[in-house]
Design a protein around this ligand. Structure first.
Ligand SMILES: C[C@H](N)C(=O)N[C@@H](Cc1c[nH]cn1)C(=O)O
Ligand SMILES: [Zn+2]
Ligand SMILES: [Zn+2]
Length: 475
């Protein structure tokens, strides 16, 4: 089956240094979507990607999305591209994102975050290496290896790469819905490479994601930041109110304290209960990727369920608060607390928001503070669960066996890719998540990396998947 694959694999190996160089160039562009001052870099990254695609002979265009919600800031463009237009071939739509999370060397990075550093043990450190520049470039590299090996590309490839995924995919839903019957009209299936293996050895195919509702709690009082020696004890402090509210949202064991949240969660079925034991995941691997043994649960089943099919609430930070080294005796005048809830079936965005607003307002009222409080959702994306019983998954499973020599685990993911559900609903086609990186990659964290082995074998996997897609019979 898929006889040309050996030639393709040999070409990927031969081109591996230039594929790493392509990733180095991409990592060097600090395309941080959450930081407005970096917006020109995000835009530059979109242009760089479109140019790389054009050099490979793809037709690529930059689609503007208008202004960022509630601001005067232009959103970065979406890169839409097509490679191949043969009516006798299947058409696969792939999605990825070219924006990254913020990163500063001072956060504790071993290396400069925006300089790809390849270590002797094969770790390729750099912001965006695994999330999601490595996987996005995987598709481009697969095209190039086919061309250089003189092997016919097995499918038509449609590509949609956005620059706001790490900030709620602002504006993308509208574009996907508008293009469903136009640019994406001949899509037969969708593939997204933007998540991770559960461990470091066994690859996986993913059929579910949690959603994410992201909240701000704004508290203000004094007209300006104050000297705590002069005003401490005389003014009510926004920060004091905020930490009391934030501290009331969730307990030490992750139990969400907001009424009406866990009540929405779908009950565990008997069939589902048996699923977890067969997944290759150990608490030791979790400790390795966590960098500590501070887990809430001691066993695999409860841990996987907590990640995949239960909601969680995380407190992320406080805008406006003193957070530097040393000791600053300031009373901040206005602080914004940030937290999010990862949502699961059958939670609803609006119902969850109502529960959060009511709870936060009640807690604030009980504080009897004279300060002003505002709570609102900054962005919300829905959870997604699909059926892995589809030729799209069958092709990916065969490709995994061919490249990695083992069957993949079928997993769900604790993270969120807000547009997955939009693609499924807008195109009416099956969506598959086919990860490249592993559990120790540290996406969103310091020292984010992609192992060279996962990058190079991952490029082989993406190409092999497309060959098996071309061979797979209709369901
Ligand atoms: C799984 C994916 N690589 C990812 O990191 N997604 C982000 C997206 C996001 C940001 N805000 C809300 N969702 C994530 O899961 O945090
Ligand atoms: Zn991310
Ligand atoms: Zn991502």
């Amino acid at each position: 089956m898929a006889p040309q694959l050996d030639g393709y694999f040999a070409q990927v190996d031969a081109l591996s240094d230039s594929f790493i160089q392509r990733l180095r160039e991409a990592v060097a562009i600090p395309s941080i979507s959450a930081d407005a001052t970096r917006r020109p870099d995000v835009v530059r990254m979109g242009h760089w990607l479109a140019d790389e695609l054009k050099k490979l002979g793809a037709s690529a265009e930059l689609r503007e999305l208008g202004k960022q919600h509630g601001t005067d800031l232009d959103l970065p463009p979406v890169v839409l591209a097509r490679y191949g237009n043969d009516k006798n071939k299947r058409t696969i739509l792939v999605y990825g994102h070219y924006d990254v999370q913020p990163a500063e060397k001072e956060d504790g990075w071993e290396t400069e975050p925006f300089e790809l550093t390849v270590k002797e043990d094969g770790r390729m450190l750099g912001r965006g290496s695994t999330d999601d520049k490595g996987p996005v470039l995987g598709w481009l590299n697969a095209i190039e290896a086919h061309q250089k090996a003189g092997i016919e590309f097995p499918v038509n490839l449609l590509m949609c790469f956005e620059g706001m995924e790490e900030y709620g995919s602002d504006g993308l839903d509208d574009l996907i819905n508008a293009e469903a019957k136009k640019y994406f009209a001949d899509t037969d299936a969708v593939c997204i490479s933007d998540n991770y293996w559960l461990g470091t050895e066994r690859p996986c195919l993913t059929y579910g994601l949690r959603g994410c509702n992201y909240y701000n709690i704004e508290i203000s009082g004094p007209g300006a930041d104050l000297h705590s020696g002069v005003f401490g004890g005389t003014a009510q402090e926004p920060m004091t109110d905020l930490v009391r509210i934030l501290g009331s949202l969730v307990d030490t064991d992750g139990k969400i304290q907001i009424p009406g949240i866990v009540e929405q969660v779908a009950p565990v079925t008997e069939e589902e209960s048996g699923l977890y034991e067969n997944i290759s995941f150990t608490m030791e691997t979790l400790h390795e990727s966590l960098g500590s043994k501070t887990t809430i649960f001691e066993d695999k089943k409860n841990t996987l369920m907590a990640r995949w099919r239960m909601p969680s609430l995380s407190v992320h930070g406080i805008e406006g608060a003193f957070s530097g080294a040393g000791a600053k005796t300031v009373i901040p005048a206005k602080v914004i607390g940030k937290f999010s809830i990862r949502t699961v079936p059958n939670m609803e965005i609006d119902k969850t928001n109502e529960c959060v607003y009511k709870y936060v307002e009640d807690v604030f009222k009980k504080l009897k503070s004279k300060n002003t409080m505002k709570v609102y959702a900054q962005h919300c994306g829905k959870w997604w669960v699909a059926s892995p019983k589809h030729w799209n998954f069958a092709a990916a499973a065969k490709a995994t066996e061919r490249v990695w020599g083992m069957q993949p685990d079928f997993t769900r993911e604790g993270g969120s890719i807000p547009v997955t559900l939009t693609f499924e609903q807008a195109t009416g086609k099956n969506v598959l998540l086919l990860p490249m990186g592993s559990s120790t990659d540290g996406a969103h964290s310091i020292n984010e990396k992609l192992d060279k082995r996962n990058y190079i074998e991952g490029i082989k996997l993406l190409g092999a998947y497309l060959h098996y897609v071309a061979e797979e019979p209709q369901n």
